[in-house]
Write a protein that binds this ligand. Sequence first.
Ligand SMILES: [Zn+2]
Length: 448
Amino acid sequence: MKKICRSTSFVLLLLLIPLCFLSSSTAERKYDDIISRFQEYLRINTAQPNPDYFAAAEFILSQAKSLSLEFQVLEFVKGKPLLLLKWPGSDPTLPSILLNSHTDVVPAEPLKWSHPPFSAHLDSHGRIFARGSQDMKCVGLQYLEAIRRLKASSFRPLRSIYLSFVPDEEIGGHDGAEKFTDSDIFSSLNLGIVLDEGLASTNDKYRVFYGERSPWWLVIKATGAPGHGSKLYDNSAMENLLKSIESIRRFRASQFDLVKAGFRAEGEVVSVNMAFLKAGTPSPTGFVMNLQPSEAEAGFDIRVPPAADESALERRISEEWAPFSRNMSFEFKQRVSGRDGTGKPVLTVTDLSNPWWALLEEAVEKANAKLGKPEIFPASTDARYFRQRGLPAIGFSPMANTPILLHDHNEFLDQAEYLKGIEVYESIIKAYASYVGPGGKESSKDEL
Ligand SMILES: [Zn+2]
């Protein structure tokens, strides 16, 4: 009897060994396929100013077809396709979910990269090097991979899920997300929540964003009587401009000190950085050295948090940074307000009064991951167009323990982080798409 048992176990063991190998190699092949698809998307050169949008669109469409998603190619501006995919929910009366990502990337300087920026090289540490690996082709494809897993598990969404792959985010989104959010198609989507991009986190908690700073691109100009370079006199253009620059630098330092001392997060202060200085009288060898010029200009990239006192800042600009009493003037190359039509800061609520926030927190936790404290995004993203239309929009790119390399040389994402992000999105999409509403289907219209 004993002998028979032993031989049976032996036979079983013999049967199980190849099964184990089979299942582990199947899993490996599955992961290889996921990484290959990510690499394929990264290898499409969608760098501004000449992104190959149609190659990206073709790739996304092939993915949509393989997942049996509905799709539309929208071209609000010729040559700039925007792809809208849909996984219909079983209750079309419930507000839907939009997962947004942009297909363009910023340019790269190949000679300064350790691997070519559009090679999607996978190194021996598991890092995938490519422009767009963090910003934000990762997110666009993670959405699709999460849907692939949900479909494989026979999940059926209650709410419809839309995915938008938009052009031109890196140059302001005017021909992409802005036109999209202005369109009738957009209004017809009946959206309840939008997910958009965030930033990598250098610790184990994902960063998450509920608002963003607005760009104010300021040019100040000084004028004054020209004069001999040897003469000391008041009100020269250069002197007037330098006084302003000194004042601006003091303000910059006061804001930066708040961040350095830990009183404010980066997105909560007004940042000011000089973008250009334009002055001097050109000569064949450089500049005329014995002449004080009659005009001088400087440009500043200012980023203003939604809760900042915008009129106080404008007063500071007109009274201290470019006062007419010092022959100065100013203009904005861009001045985006962080306020809505009623003057309220444009922010997405991140407490339990916003069910989408609570669902996100819970879903991330369920996927064994952690969220950091919600932050104001330091720069601009397309999320502002969604928030301006009164929609809750959360900025989130699941990359933990990763250096922040967007727009930098050698942008990379670890493949394990990428795979983990897919699990996290699977959990979020499942929670969002299954959300009935606080009082069941009947009260769905009031839930937001
Ligand atoms: Zn981006």
